[in-house]
Design a protein around this ligand. Structure first.
Ligand SMILES: *Cc1c(COP(=O)(O)O)cnc(C)c1O
Length: 385
């Protein structure tokens, strides 16, 4: 099976992890801050808080921004469920904004229309989570203007997008958002096995997220309510969690990060090759906005169903049957049973649903070979004919 995505683990990665295993600290040692600083430097952000997953990062990002019961969080239906669930964890309500039919990202025009109505009805969102689907950045400048006008906060779910750029600047620099979140799951661009990170330029948000990551406990006198009882003393000042990243994971992350740019340019090489070799087939290849340099976590095609005799499902099954590990990113979140129980239903977000009816993620990862890619294309061509 040629998988849709795959990690690349080198000798240097293994040595970096083994060095931590032989050191004094398996967790809460020097590697986590080193990884945080390296990612913050790479992205041009002031602060970074490493955690055990992007899901955890989204959760503490929402809490740090004060999201709670009675508030609304809005995101796109075409994302992994975690982008929406983080709102529910905080007791907030979740709503969705349909996608742009060209980029498949949250559509700023649809967002504006929905905000105007919400303002009239007194239910404006406190937090909006744009997701950089496949690594292509959302229209952040437009979303940022709306944030100013309607007073909401922005968490960029950049789980697909580390190593990408928006208007020539690295994703994660926080020019257009309050917090940016990355995922380091093995299928993503770089990995720490499980892991995530939240970046911000706001020291107070960074502090709050660091507290929430580790039980709400501080050893910093400045954050305590009174003078420490002694050198053993710590205070719990918030209700936090154990969302910490280990030093083993951070060491792997530091080592992987040195190859980030190489990985993203390999992905661009394969994407351009797909674009060229698929140009005669009845599929829509991913359109790229001129402002974006995508991290290209995924390569998603849309079938032109009016030009082929097979169904979407038949093409998908034919590919899987021939050893091509295609996938579908994503089932629109509002159609999940858990969200349907809140009143959402098929038909609510038409662009997202028509995307879902046609999309297939083709295999793409830095260590893929041209021969493997040619095999994917040959099987796809046969499946479409
Ligand atoms: C992978 C992913 C997440 C969750 O990442 P984890 O690190 O597995 O928790 C969240 N949002 C999006 C868009 C993702 O692709």
């Amino acid at each position: 099976m040629i998988p849709y995505g795959r990690q690349d683990i080198t000798r240097a990665d293994i040595d970096a992890v083994v060095a931590v295993l032989n050191s004094d600290y398996l967790t809460q040692g020097p590697m986590v801050p080193r990884f945080e600083n390296a990612v913050a430097d790479h992205c041009g952000a002031e602060h970074a808080v490493a955690v055990n997953s992007a899901t955890s990062a989204l959760h503490i990002a929402c809490l740090a921004l004060g999201l709670g019961p009675g508030d609304w969080l809005w995101t796109t239906p075409v994302t992994f469920v975690a982008s929406a669930n983080c709102g529910l964890y905080c007791g907030a309500k979740v709503d969705f904004v349909d996608i742009d039919p060209r980029t498949y990202n949250l559509c700023p025009q649809a967002l504006e229309r929905k905000l105007i109505t919400a303002e009239r009805e007194g239910r404006l969102p406190k937090v909006v989570v744009p997701v950089h689907l496949c690594g292509q950045p959302c229209d952040m400048a437009a979303i940022h203007v709306l944030a100013r006008r309607f007073g909401f906060k922005i968490i960029e779910d950049a789980s697909h997008a580390i190593g990408g750029r928006y208007k020539g600047e690295p994703i994660g620099n926080g020019y257009y958002s309050d917090i940016t979140v990355f995922s380091f799951h093995p299928v993503k661009i770089i990995t720490t096995a499980e892991g995530g990170m939240a970046l911000t330029n706001d020291a107070e948000l960074a502090n709050r997220m660091a507290l929430l990551r580790s039980h709400g406990i501080t050893r910093d006198q400045a954050q305590m309510t009174h003078e420490a009882d002694g050198p053993w003393y710590y205070q719990q000042v918030e209700l936090g969690f154990n969302y910490r990243m280990t030093d083993l994971q951070a060491a792997l992350g530091v080592s992987q990060l040195t190859r980030l740019d190489e990985y993203v340019s390999r992905r661009h090489y394969f994407a351009e090759r797909y674009n060229r070799l698929l140009s005669e087939l009845p599929v829509i290849t991913p359109w790229q906005h001129p402002d974006s340099y995508s991290g290209l976590h995924l390569y998603v095609i849309r079938l032109q169903l009016d030009k082929i005799t097979h169904s979407h499902r038949e093409v998908f099954e034919a590919l899987r049957g021939q050893g091509i590990g295609v996938n579908l990113h994503y089932i629109p979140v509002h159609t999940q049973p858990y969200y349907r129980n809140m009143g959402y239903k098929p038909g609510d977000f038409e662009e997202s649903e028509s995307y879902y009816a046609e999309a297939i993620s083709l295999p793409m990862y830095p260590t893929m070979s041209e021969a493997q890619q040619d095999q994917v294309i040959a099987v796809l061509q046969e499946a479409l004919s």
